[in-house]
Design a binder for this molecule. Sequence first.
Ligand SMILES: Cc1cc2nc3c(=O)[nH]c(=O)nc-3n(C[C@H](O)[C@H](O)[C@H](O)COP(=O)(O)O)c2cc1C
Length: 208
Amino acid sequence: MEFMDALRARWACKLYDESLPVAEAEEETILEAARLAPTSFGLEHWRFVSVRDAGLRMKLFGACLAQEGVRSAPLVLVTLVRAARFYEPDGDFCRARSARFPGGHAVFRDDYRGYFSFLREAGRLEHWARAQSYLACANMMNAAASLGLDSCAIEGYDEAAVLSILAEALPGFQPEDWKVGIVCTVGHAGEPRRERIRAPLDELVTRL
Ligand SMILES: Cc1cc2nc3c(=O)[nH]c(=O)nc-3n(C[C@H](O)[C@H](O)[C@H](O)COP(=O)(O)O)c2cc1C
């Protein structure tokens, strides 16, 4: 599907046909689209938890305010972002990530630490970390649309409950190390497509 066609095809699906699964190759494409999303300073401070297991999905349904879309989706993707303490310029996480960049950690640190201090002093580190997960989610949803799948971003969740479900399911998972960025459901719609309501471009755009 062409890029703009996929954007036009996507709509927020709130109920899925539970008899229609998402193929593994489709899941891979959606996760690859998430991986390719940009992150500030290239830190890739996230982790994508792809949930197919029916028992776990039911638990996530409870943690996502009993939204039918989460109950009925064959695939629920949870984007986690690292907690604020990981973003210290000289911390292990930033060192490991920046070792991959041209110039390594020394060059990265000179570039990054001023912005890190600005974020920390403004109390915005956590917001900065979470906000980026929405880019991954948009990539996931548009990739799903390009495959003829339906999806929805899910912001309505109880973070502590989601983290505790994942802690039970994932060996070694430390919930205090992570924040939930956003959740995304994927599947085949079990409801008629809703037409999207959009304001005209002229109302939204200011051209200077
Ligand atoms: C960041 C974000 C969070 C959302 N969270 C939820 C949610 O928790 N539950 C839900 O049913 N829809 C959720 N939606 C879907 C929106 O309600 C939907 O995208 C919006 O009404 C526009 O519809 P459209 O996507 O079909 O154009 C969310 C959308 C976005 C972008």
